[in-house]
Design a protein around this ligand. Sequence first.
Ligand SMILES: NC(=O)c1ccc[n+]([C@@H]2O[C@H](COP(=O)([O-])OP(=O)(O)OC[C@H]3O[C@@H](n4cnc5c(N)ncnc54)[C@H](O)[C@@H]3O)[C@@H](O)[C@H]2O)c1
Length: 279
Amino acid sequence: MTERRLEGQVALVTGGGSGIGEAVARRLAADGAAVVVADIATESANAVARSLGDRALAVCADSGSEPDMQRAVALAVERFGALHIGVNAAGFGISAEVLDMDVERWNDVMRVTLGGVFVSCKAEARQMVRQGGGGVVINIASTNALQPAEGLSAYCTAKAGVAMFTRVAALELAQHRVRVVGVGPGLTATPATQRFLESPVASAAYLANIPAGRPAKAEEIASMVAYLASSEAGYITGDTFYVDGGLLTRNYPTLAERRPSGYEGADFLKTVEGEIPSR
Ligand SMILES: NC(=O)c1ccc[n+]([C@@H]2O[C@H](COP(=O)([O-])OP(=O)(O)OC[C@H]3O[C@@H](n4cnc5c(N)ncnc54)[C@H](O)[C@@H]3O)[C@@H](O)[C@H]2O)c1
């Protein structure tokens, strides 16, 4: 019985305007939660919230900004009375090899993909502790928390950090009955991956390494999040759960396997795989 199992709960989803965060926002709402859709992409967040009706609210918030996330949590409480579930899905990678990586681009990834999880978790958990009734924070990691990938050093390092941060935060927050868990998606079809899923060479290289033979749907990641958010997962904290179609049983494709024809070295990475989102 999963229907409306989050009735009466209030959730905040960072990165809720697109992809996995959007699917999570929609699933939590379908399960009965009121949802705050937080994103730097205001239009996307508005569109998602609007489509969910009056039990949803869009907030323009940078997950790496403490004032933004404090404001997002305050708005959740003002509008819906409390906060019980935080899902931290905002994140991105950039593609560059270590020898060519600009420090600024490395720092961009660390500030949002790792730092944003800390900043968001802090703001969400402080509210849960203030309320005194417990809660759950779910951090979106990646199979790249465990699996190294050439050209993705900043992303892999940030995601490994998310998995470890999840453990430490769970340890500290257990006394307040706040659970902290991670979900590590494998390759998932979202706007972020659309470009290289449409590239025949890159797509074939990725899919050859996924026993399930296809990328995940964002809804399949959201169903794990919805389970972990529910009281059925009440004894689960600290761990990161991988939803990957078996990807972690194989190796990540090498640069040579992913390189489309017409490119040399790692030149294709920025054009085919990497981009930094902005407001
Ligand atoms: N798609 C995949 O294959 C995949 C696999 C593993 C993990 N993930 C992780 O899942 C999460 C979502 O990825 P996606 O594929 O859905 O990407 P996406 O680009 O479709 O959505 C990401 C959303 O986050 C928002 N965002 C970016 N920076 C932000 C910031 N500073 N503050 C607030 N919002 C911000 C973007 O505007 C966008 O709406 C990311 O953390 C990503 O690393 C994705």
